[in-house]
Design a binder for this molecule. Structure first.
Ligand SMILES: Nc1ncnc2c1ncn2[C@@H]1O[C@H](COP(=O)(O)OP(=O)(O)OP(=O)(O)O)[C@@H](O)[C@H]1O
Length: 238
C-alpha cells in the first residue's frame, strides 16, 4: 500500500474533530426537483462511510455540496470545523486542496500524461517533481498503471481512467476523500484493491465518503452505510 508510514494529510495539523456537518440542508437545481430535504449529517474526522441510494437520489449532489461545487439552498454546511457559507473564492480553493475527489466522469486533463495527471495535486501544492516522483510512481503501480505512465488519458480504458482518477484524488493525502462510484468500471479484484487503498488512507486519518451502487462492496468493507432516498439520509450520525 502506498504511504505506509506517513500521515494522511498534507495540511498543517489542526484541531477539527468534525470533517463535515450538514444541518437542515435543502438542495435543488434551478430547473429540477428538490434533491435534499432538511438533511442533517455528521462525518466525524477519520470516519469511513458508503453513501448508497437509488439512481437520481442525490448522491452526486451531496458530494458536490461537500466539495463546495454547489451550495445549500437552506441550512448550514461546515467543513473541518469551519462554516462554509460566504467563503471567498480563494478560501474555497484552500478548502478544496484538503479534499480528494473522484468524479463520476473522471475529469482527467486530456493534454497531460498519466503521470502528470496523478501528480497534479502535488504540483499545485508547490511540491517539486524530484520530490514527488517516487510517490506518484508507487501510487500508479498500486492502481495497476505502472506501465502506462507516459500515455495520454484518451488511450486508457474506462476502468484505467477510473483508477487514474482515484490515484490523483488520493496522492496528496487529503483530509477528506469523496469518491463517486469509484469501482463502477473495474472488476471485483480491482474493486477490492481500490477499497484497500481507501481503507489504508482512512487508517492514516483521512475521512472517506464513497457514493456507490455496490451494496455488496459496502457491506464487505465494514464501513458505515448512509442511505439517501427521497431527499433524506438514513443511518450515520446527525
Ligand atoms: N445539473 C443538474 N441540473 C438539474 N438537475 C440535475 C442536475 N444534476 C442532477 N440533477 C437532478 O438531481 C437529482 C439528483 O441527481 P444526482 O446526480 O445527485 O443523483 P445520484 O444519486 O448521484 O444518481 P446516480 O446514482 O444515477 O448517479 C436527479 O433528479 C437529477 O436528475
Amino acid at each position: 500500500m502506498p504511504f505506509k508510514t506517513r500521515r494522511a494529510t498534507t495540511s498543517a495539523p489542526s484541531a477539527f474533530t468534525e470533517t463535515a456537518r450538514l444541518q437542515g440542508v435543502d438542495f435543488g437545481y434551478a430547473k429540477g426537483p428538490r434533491v435534499l430535504r432538511d438533511v442533517d449529517l455528521l462525518l466525524p474526522r477519520g470516519s469511513f462511510h458508503f453513501l448508497t441510494g437509488p439512481s437520481g437520489a442525490g448522491k452526486s449532489s451531496l458530494l458536490r455540496l461537500l466539495h463546495l461545487t454547489a451550495a445549500p439552498g437552506k441550512g448550514r454546511l461546515s467543513l473541518f470545523g469551519e462554516e462554509t457559507q460566504g467563503l471567498r473564492n480563494r478560501d474555497v480553493t484552500a478548502f478544496r486542496r484538503r479534499i480528494g475527489v473522484v468524479f463520476q466522469d473522471f475529469r482527467l486533463m486530456a493534454h497531460l500524461s498519466v503521470f502528470d495527471n496523478a501528480a497534479l495535486p502535488l504540483r499545485l501544492a508547490g511540491r517539486r517533481p524530484e520530490d514527488y516522483g517516487p510517490d506518484v510512481e508507487e501510487m500508479l503501480r498500486w492502481v495497476g498503471l505502472g506501465g502506462r505512465m507516459d500515455d495520454l488519458p484518451e488511450t486508457l480504458s474506462g476502468g484505467e481512467k477510473q483508477r487514474l482518477a482515484i490515484a490523483r484524488a488520493v496522492i496528496g493525502k487529503p483530509d477528506l476523500i469523496l469518491a463517486d462510484e469509484p469501482t463502477g468500471n473495474v472488476d471485483a479484484a480491482m474493486g477490492a484493491r481500490l477499497l484497500k487503498l481507501f481503507q489504508g488512507l482512512n487508517r492514516m486519518g483521512a475521512t472517506v465518503l464513497i457514493a456507490s451502487h455496490d451494496t455488496a462492496l459496502a457491506e464487505r468493507s465494514g464501513a458505515g452505510v448512509l442511505h439517501l432516498e427521497n431527499g433524506r439520509i438514513h443511518g450515520g450520525t446527525a
